[in-house]
Design a binder for this molecule. Sequence first.
Ligand code: KMH
Ligand code: ZN
Length: 307
Amino acid sequence: MTQSKGGRKVIITCAVTGSVHTPSMSPYLPVTPDQIAEEAIAAAEAGAAILHLHARNPEDGRPSADPAVFRRFLPRIKQATDAVVNISTGGSSLMTLDDRLAAATQAQPEMCSLNMGSMNFGLFPMLDRPREWKHAWEAQLLEATRSTLFKNTFADIEGILERLGKGFGTRFEFECYDVGHLYSLAHFRDRGLVEGPFFIQFVLGILGGIGADPENLDHMKRIADKLFGDDYRFSVLAAGRAQMPLITMAAAMGGNVRVGLEDSLYDGRELARSNADQVRRIRSILESLSLEVATPAEAREMLALKG
Ligand code: KMH
Ligand code: ZN
């Protein structure tokens, strides 16, 4: 762990919009390229060292994998901030793998997400379901995910490691939704397809994955310690209202944290008015625990990014 006089450094990732929440669930969810750029820049200014990014169709807010849409906000974010740009390769469970990889293949970013197994991917607790939908596609999307697998086969994962990792020097946010995914990552490490230090995102509270319970976080960490020793850093994201309690626990356990409207629409009991509000919220919690927030440069060093 990077130590300094003030305390341990904690990397804040902000996942700005994702593909799970929909515009009717919150008026604050950024969907246009301008909104995504502005929210990402404000999150970085508030202390996020890593920006985890998805795109949305600018017309109606539905998840998009179109590289042309990414090109409408990525340059602006890169120009305005020094934050690490992390492009999702998970996209949405309703996209093909080729579509999911298109933007990352063009942008060749420092970091991409890499989902470590196939699973049912249930949407977040019904609390987020509004009374009325603004767009018909929102209800259709929820229904479609009930009968769609989030497909991340061994061959898919190997392909991403080869194409983005070996090909472009991209490093990964390894999204692990259950303990088995940690063993899958260790398998690829043992085969020499990827090297540490690993940045492992423990994903808690997705229906179909491990639940957002403190015992599960403890178990994920114990198994990761056993498999990866000192050669990894963990971060936690927790879905919906579990976000703040579980990431606070992660920080207290020596980990890093992920916030953002992709994972939770809330700030306390209210809808979060921005991604930056969630960054500020966790930042003040970290500081009250005598932990320091890592700068982008410190995050790059901790995670051995290409810079
Ligand atoms: N929405 C998160 C639960 C990805 O973009 O690759 C998982 C995620 C997947 O961030
Ligand atoms: Zn994502």
